[in-house]
Design a protein. Structure first.
Ligand code: HEC
Ligand code: HEC
Length: 349
């Protein structure tokens, strides 16, 4: 019974209505798409110059899954952001691109990406639209030029008419590719975990899960909530140094700001679906949640840029049982419906 309820709830997440203000230049009507945000998440900010439409999302979804975006037509965005793996890759610590060369970072999940303020571990992209060019042209990812992508799409039997439907023009540009993919990414919403169901009084947490939540919040124990705020997106998206290395190999945020005070700082990730997105951290160095917690409890280094929340923490403040409890709580953050959302799978036509 409950399964059926949850499934129909998901189908309701996107609702459509025609919007007369979204007329294309040729007078064709877009179908305005309202994101129906589930309880537990705030309204999503949508940029005024890229309103959501049914046709834009459908085009973005097709592009996201299409190998045409890579130089040798073998990989797509979905190769490294697989829905069945909660939108990360399934190959290990570091992502590998079309030439079989590994990058330096762990793939990041894309659910609730529409809430993020900056993109990539170092915040190197300032908006979801401009982010799209990065993976297409990156030599260790799709390794293609925008000129080639545009000419392949322009001579494709379907794409010109799909761009026309979405944006009112069949002249394909980088900007329109970015806008369509970003529209689809904004529909990747995940907020139906056991924790959310508990918040909605639809289920109960076990005693161990409740203890784990208290440890998460307790400033003298886990103190996870300062950075991965409980509820909503489970992150404030800020950049922090969590003391992984005395001398950071990857300079992180400093690569963008060029400030030495930003060395070793990385974007704080969401902890939603965290039990499903191992390995962990920007370089995928930890394989289990327990290892992550042991880092915060014992192994973090007192580096110069260490986050103030950790600088003041004593080591070994959590017992082994408390770590087990915290892991049990983190497992309640998995949204099992997300990977079955029929609106997010590879389109059929
Ligand atoms: C070869 C694997 C690979 C491919 C292909 C790939 N990505 Fe990624 N993606 C990654 C990795 C690795 C990161 C983290 C990169 C970093 O921080 O430098 C990432 C990060 C992102 C982020 C930032 C997430 C965040 O929370 O800040 C977005 C958005 C994204 N990718 C979307 C896409 C889109 C759209 C495509 C297709 C155009 C794509 N990716 C193709 C591996 C890949
Ligand atoms: C000072 C802020 C801060 C605190 C406190 C904090 N985290 Fe984090 N967390 C981060 C940042 C930043 C990262 C990314 C670090 C990196 O990759 O270099 C991260 C990464 C993680 C990851 C890996 C996520 C992924 O997608 O790879 C997990 C799991 C995690 N934290 C769990 C916790 C838990 C559990 C607690 C409490 C015991 C906690 N964090 C406390 C800031 C914090």
């Amino acid at each position: 019974m409950r399964k059926i309820f949850v499934f129909s709830f998901l189908l309701l997440v996107v609702a459509c209505k025609p919007d007369p203000e979204l007329l294309n230049s040729d007078g064709h009507n877009h179908t305005h798409l309202d994101l129906n945000i589930p309880p537990g998440l705030p309204p999503m900010p949508i940029p005024a110059d890229n309103p959501m439409s049914v046709e834009g999302v459908a085009l973005g979804r097709k592009l996201f899954y299409d190998n045409i975006l890579s130089a040798n037509n073998t990989m797509s965005c979905a190769s490294c952001h697989q829905l069945s793996h909660y939108t990360i890759d399934s190959i290990g610590a570091l992502s590998v691109g079309i030439d079989g060369i590994a990058g330096t970072r762990n793939s990041m999940p894309l659910f609730n990406i529409g809430y993020s303020k900056t993109f990539f571990w170092d915040g190197g992209a300032a908006n979801l639209e401009s982010q799209v060019i990065g993976p297409i042209t990156n030599p260790v990812e799709l390794h293609e030029t925008m000129t080639n992508v545009i000419s392949k799409l322009q001579s494709h039997p379907q794409y010109p008419s799909l761009f026309k439907k979405a944006f009112g023009t069949d002249v394909i540009t980088s900007k329109l590719i970015m806008q369509a993919v970003a529209q689809f990414e904004r529909t990747m919403i995940s907020a139906n975990s056991k924790f959310d169901q508990w918040k909605r009084n639809e289920t109960t947490l076990t005693e161990q899960e409740m203890r784990g939540m208290n440890i998460y919040l307790d400033e003298t124990k886990g103190d996870c909530g300062h950075c991965h705020g409980i509820g909503s997106t489970f992150t404030d998206f800020e950049f922090r140094n969590t003391g992984l290395d005395s001398i950071p190999v990857d300079k992180g945020r400093a690569l963008i700001t060029l400030l030495s005070t930003d060395e070793g700082k990385f974007k704080t990730p969401s902890l939603r679906n965290i039990a499903k997105t191992a390995p962990y951290m920007h370089d995928g160095r930890f394989n289990t949640l327990r290892e992550c917690i042991e880092h915060y409890n014992t192994n973090f280094k007192y580096t110069k840029n260490l986050a103030p929340e950790l600088k003041t923490q004593v080591k070994n403040r959590m017992s082994s049982t408390e770590i087990d409890d915290l892991v049990a709580f983190l497992k309640t953050l998995t949204d099992y419906d997300f990977i079955n959302n029929p609106n997010l799978t590879k389109p059929t036509e």
